[in-house]
Design a protein around this ligand. Sequence first.
Ligand code: NIG
Ligand code: FE
Length: 394
Amino acid sequence: MVCGKEMASLPCINDAYLLMEDERILSFGPMSSLPKTIEADVVIDATGKMVLPAFCDSHTHLVYAGSREQEFIDKINGLSYEEIARRGGGILNSARRLHDTTEDELYEEALARVNEIISMGTGAAEIKSGYGLTTEDELKMLRVIKRLRETTPLTIRATFLGAHAVPAEYKGRQSAYVDLIVNEMIPAVGKEGLANFVDSFCDKGFFTCEETERIIEAAAAYGMRPKIHANELALSGGIQVGVKHNALSVDHLEFTGDEEIEALAGSGTMPTLLPGAAFFLGMNYPPARKMIDSGLPVALASDYNPGSSPSGNMKFILSLATIKMKMTPEEAINAATINSAYAMGISDTHGSICVGKRANVLITKEIPSLYFLPYAYTSNLIDSVILGGRVVCR
Ligand code: NIG
Ligand code: FE
């Protein structure tokens, strides 16, 4: 990971070559040092273009059924995200739709989203469950994620998020639902080996710190490391819980004060910012500048989901990070690549152009400089995407 001031540096080679073999990066450097003996099967001329590591999107909910544009209108008419949730909309709305959708249909819907994000330059993504809220439907989601991992070139990590919302049947009996997560869901998910990580929406009006700790501890027995939804709606204590349990990341962080920054300092927990959600919900952005200036690392992710961020466009996330959170383009690109790879436990193999890493890169169209990427915030500037050494999108 890169932290604090290091985030401002993004090494760049002008007029470079990049060799790939067997899914990996074989070598790279200035054209003047290209070995004369090389005979490549495929040669791509990227004159005038830029080659970057493919985006890493460490926080998505892209397996879901249908969409929720009616709630989008409700928000325009003045309802808040929390009010919509209290009326049985929001996550519970998506859970009802998911229940009525077969595993095959769900796979097809999610596959279209995976192909969409690949075409926008994403090479690796974390995908959460959390629209099931019953053991059977959570497993259905996780099996779809597994199938996406097996059938697409996207590198995928799966997170079990049973604690996303309290289902209607458990209204007023939240602790009984947490019992179900701990005693039934986690063992079922663990036995099938369906999730790398565990998550909990640890926030005002959702799950408490104590409930989150119970869930984290139960999941630890199955080797699932936490990645926690924290401090989106309030100073919930979620950041501190995540750090205490060595979470790989704590995500959202719109409400982050000095104590939270202090807790994160020197920890192995990656603060992960999702400016797409703040943009879409019209809420405050997390204090990225303050975090980086305090020496913290920061990762960026899309939060692609039907309720708070119906977009998986990581280039637009770069624009939001720069325009709304005053991150420099260099910081934003580091946050959306190597630091986001860290936040899903794959920074040894993904997130930067290094010899031996997986050959996941994007090639831009002809652009005047790196800064043009976040600046031209609606232009499609992705020329092609190479994942595992193969051109998957042109
Ligand atoms: O990360 N904050 C919790 N979960 C999602 C939203 C899910 C939804 O509204 O469907 C998020 O923003
Ligand atoms: Fe989320």
